[in-house]
Ligand binder design. Sequence first.
Ligand code: ZN
Length: 343
Amino acid sequence: MKKLLPTSTSGSLPKPSWLAQPETLWSPWKPAGDDLADAKRDALRLCLDDQLRAGIDIVSDGEQTRQHFVTTFIEHLNGVDFEKRETVRIRNRYDASVPSVVGEVSRTKPVFVDDAKFLRQLTTQPIKWALPGPMTMIDTLYDGHYKSREKLAWEFAKILNQEAKELEAAGVDIIQFDEPAFNVFFDEVNDWGIAALERAIEGLQCETAVHICYGYGIKANTDWKKTLGSEWRQYEEIFPRLQRSNIDIVSLECQNSRVPMELIELIRGKKVMVGAIDVATNTVETPEQVAETLRKALQFVDADKLYPCTNCGMTPLSRQVARGKLDALSAGADIVRRELLGQ
Ligand code: ZN
């Protein structure tokens, strides 16, 4: 990016009420059949329009065509049975009924590539596309086949690499892997999690990002956060290894979080998407609050590597609140950009 402090969002944006129940995660689709395919694309257009009107620099599909950031990708793969469900503990935090891995996993056709092409033709702005990371994928499944988290993650990494290469060919500028699981399983992250991520980005020429957050503003996550104490130092466990990885950009939660900002120093040299918008509250930040978070981050990130962003996805928020937050992000980044340029 040539522009200083280019803004983006970390992932999902709210869906229109005619597409899916608003302010709800995993919300089922309302239209069906051909109507659904059209409705998803209409929503994608509107979601892009919101971002462009707010002046967001690196735009995305807002995940308008997916029900969930992990399962929608897995639904398109072979080897996972969505009828055969088991209850597992997700990220050591909450129990959920999940699909089972029943055989070798593989990808027989592209999953999001047509959607990415559609987005590409709608805008000349840089586009970012999010995929689930290998470790977060395995943590959302019951594995009755490989019986090894590492082995299954490695298989998913190979599949993600196939998808990522086709997204790159479709004109995606930044491919992002969502790895909230990196904030939980530190030993595994260092042993094989980051290696699996590097397998997923192997051979890519476009930029690559990993998004590591404390999750959506849902109760299971806010309850978990209450147990983490006054300082959240989870990033400290994984940043040294991440700093030595091939990944270009690290996307983090910073606004209203108890993450000590100085931990960002541990990934010095990486581009950092600094979460300057809290997605767990309906209160819209003021531009000055956004600017203050960015100024703090600038103590530990070089200005040309700072990318103002949101803490996480905004699906659970209302469209009105999300639009307000996009505007605040853009205006807050502009304040600091002017300061840096002496304007
Ligand atoms: Zn997130």
